[in-house]
Ligand binder design. Structure first.
Ligand SMILES: [Zn+2]
Length: 674
């Protein structure tokens, strides 16, 4: 699972959420243990009472345990009551192996933590607690709120009892449900082995739609929204229908019988089998239905349908990012798809070598660097693989992988086998280079020569890279007197010389201008973005208005943007080599730019709004200009601006973004002399 606040195309974070279910590794998930529990929760008193049985398969000894805060009140093993002498006996107990299945009957209780709706998404990830309130209850399996069997996944059946006005669910098939003045009661079944039970409840109403997929399979779709979100339910159900139908056709049969979108009072985003649990404020964001929701639905195939082998690297986030987030951009057109690839490479290129790691080492998103590799680099590798073997073989490989690995734990090697089968090629070198090795190439055109051949022109181009080198197919765009053409060169080793032929006199060669290759960008290749001044500890600050209130607001805004408070410098100081934030009125910024002989890029922005933010290249690093007429306008940027690290320019109207964009990339171009 997991993640941190993430900035994305929509300006806000969120995006790739997480898969919560972690399954023990092994080839197949078979012969599971089984839970059969009745859970009664009072969200106001924050009490939980659990009762039921745990069936252990024959021949397996096991340790059962409960989190602190919960205690067993009675335990029976195969019908015999166990003594509960010490406090420790009530939280951990050992069951020896037997030739028959063993049944542990247990009754346990506990007090749940108070659910804190003010927490941030990153808090909800780092500090998972079983928490409850009238506004919402979330009991993640990982908190061990029910007795868990050490290192043994289990299937389950859960009956959930809640007071009137509350509804709840766990992943799985809804077997039965009643809701009346005596309260809510629902029974669920999860037939596959899974590492514990995630439970959610709240003051929900459910909207429902039942769809029929190919082969007469019916799937129950639901929203569990609070009354305040009721208007959004039909739209969310429409979107889920679209995603489920599309992925069902494209990959193979949806593996479950339900899918629910569940609102959370905290700003979380989790994906679990058969459902996604998303913060109410996030659900209100207009772009979630078109982005994160599809990502979460797709996790029912990748992550919660085929389980990643964490020991050899979690491929599921990269594949889901590629087939959801990236695919949605691609459907909008080549320009947004290219912009997403460029953003991946730009973030990767800003990553210090110490933060890099092979994809084989990625397990889950715990910090920005792990996302840059585990989600984005992995998605880029899938993009290169599709370029390499072709779309038809790629799609066939995915279908093969799905039908062979459904409900199994699968590795990158299993993916490789499926794509090899579909493409009939040896992909071992490709996977070894991109999955097992860290890093990416830094490519550069060292030299190019041209000569007429009589019929056209011959171009000899030398591409170099530092060691350790990568073998990669590099697209080149050759601009000639008659137009442009793309050609690819297979590069490997320190230097590769290739000979190309073109129709007309060549003028310039651009290296991978559409960013199709996983590589470190050259300095200046990526456009400057706000994040450049946010993440650098050496960022400096110039405030161009002497008014004390303006100065104070500017300083606070700069502190809110940058990870560390920027170092103030004077307006007359030279432009530093470090990143810089310049804050002032439009007129003062224009004068400062003229004084320091920088290009007046800001003048090209849409002339609207009451605040404008834009990035330029300074002497050696990016400069962020923040134009605001007065103190109140500066203060209006405090909340929103820090979320837009991925942008090169923004126009604000009273604190709201009305336009924004990223400057175009500047590809590496080798120009011939005239
Ligand atoms: Zn994800």
């Amino acid at each position: 699972m997991i993640g941190r606040v993430r900035r994305r195309a929509g300006g806000l974070w969120l995006a790739a959420l997480a898969t919560v279910a972690l399954i023990a590794t092994g080839t197949a998930v078979a012969a599971p243990a089984r839970f059969d529990f009745t859970i009664t929760i009072d969200p106001v008193a924050r009490t939980l009472l659990g009762e039921g049985s745990i069936t252990l398969p024959p021949g397996k000894a096991a340790t059962l345990s409960l989190a602190s805060g919960f205690v067993a009140e009675t335990i029976q093993l195969d019908g015999r009551t166990l003594p509960l002498g010490t406090a420790a006996d009530r939280q951990t107990w050992r069951v020896g192996a037997s030739t028959d299945a063993r049944v542990v009957s247990v009754r346990w209780s506990g007090t749940l933590a108070a659910l804190d709706a003010t927490m941030q998404h990153r808090d909800t990830l780092g500090d998972l607690r079983a928490a409850s309130s009238a506004g919402g209850t979330f009991l993640p399996a990982a908190t061990n709120w029910h007795p868990m069997i050490d290192a043994m996944p289990a299937s389950y059946r859960v009956t959930l009892l809640l007071p009137p006005g509350q509804r709840g669910l766990v992943p799985g098939r809804l077997l039965a449900e009643t809701d009346d003045t005596s309260g809510y009661r629902a029974a669920f079944e999860f037939a596959q082995a899974i590492d514990g039970i995630d439970l959610m409840a709240g003051p929900y109403r459910s909207d429902e739609r039942v769809i029929t997929l190919a082969g007469d399979r019916s799937v129950r779709l639901r929203t569990y929204f609070t009354q305040a979100l009721a208007d959004l339910a039909p739209g969310y159900l429409d979107s889920v229908v679209g995603y489920l139908t599309r992925y069902d056709e494209r990959i193979g049969p949806y593996p479950y019988t339900e899918f629910s979108v569940v609102s959370s009072p905290t700003p979380t985003g989790f994906g679990m089998p058969t459902l996604t649990y998303i913060g109410a404020d996030v659900l209100r964001l207009p772009f979630i239905r078109a982005t994160s929701l599809g990502h979460e639905v797709l996790h029912n195939w990748w992550g919660n349908g085929v389980f990643p082998d964490y020991a050899s690297g979690n491929w599921s986030e990269g594949l889901t990012t590629f087939m959801a987030d990236y695919e949605y951009q691609r459907r909008e057109g080549e320009a947004p798809a290219r912009a997403m690839r460029l953003a991946w490479l730009r973030d990767y290129s800003a990553l210090p070598a110490a933060g890099d790691a092979p994809l084989a080492a990625f397990t889950s998103r715990t910090h920005g660097a792990s996302q840059i590799v585990g989600y984005n680099k992995a998605a880029m590798v899938f993009s290169m693989l599709r370029d390499l073997i072709g779309e038809a073989a790629f799609d066939q490989g995915l279908r093969t992988f799905w039908s062979a690995q459904r409900f199994r734990v699968a590795s990158w090697d299993d993916l490789r086998h499926a794509f090899e089968q579909a493409s009939n090629r040896d992909l071992a070198p490709f996977f070894a280079q991109w999955i097992k090795r860290p890093g990416a190439p830094t490519l550069h055109i060292a030299e190019a020569r041209r000569e007429p051949t009589g019929k056209g022109w011959r171009v000899q181009v030398r591409i170099v890279q530092p060691l350790p080198s990568f073998a990669v197919s590099v697209p080149l765009r050759i601009r000639t007197e008659l137009g442009e053409q793309m050609q690819s060169v297979d590069v490997g080793g320190l230097a590769t010389t290739a000979t190309l032929t073109v129709d007309a006199r060549p003028l310039a060669i651009a290296l991978d201008p559409d960013t199709r290759v996983m590589r470190r960008l050259a300095p200046g290749e990526a456009p400057p973005i706000l994040r450049d001044v946010m993440v650098n500890a050496r960022t400096a600050l110039v405030i161009l208005d002497p008014d004390p209130a303006y100065d104070e607001a500017a300083r606070q805004l700069a502190d809110a943007i940058a990870d560390q408070p920027p170092k103030p410098i004077r307006p007359d100081d030279d432009v530093p080599a470090s990143p810089l934030i310049v804050i002032g009125t439009t007129a003062r910024i224009a004068a400062w730019i003229e004084q320091h002989a920088l290009p007046p890029i800001g003048a090209t922005l849409p002339q609207r709004g009451n605040a404008r933010v834009w990035l330029a290249r300074g002497r050696a690093a990016s400069i962020a200009f923040i134009e605001a007429a007065d103190t109140a306008t500066l203060q209006s940027l405090m909340r929103g601006l820090p979320h837009y690290g991925g942008q090169s320019w923004l126009v604000f109207e009273n604190g709201k973004v009305v336009e924004r964009g990223v400057w175009p990339a500047t590809p590496m171009v080798f120009g011939f002399e005239r």
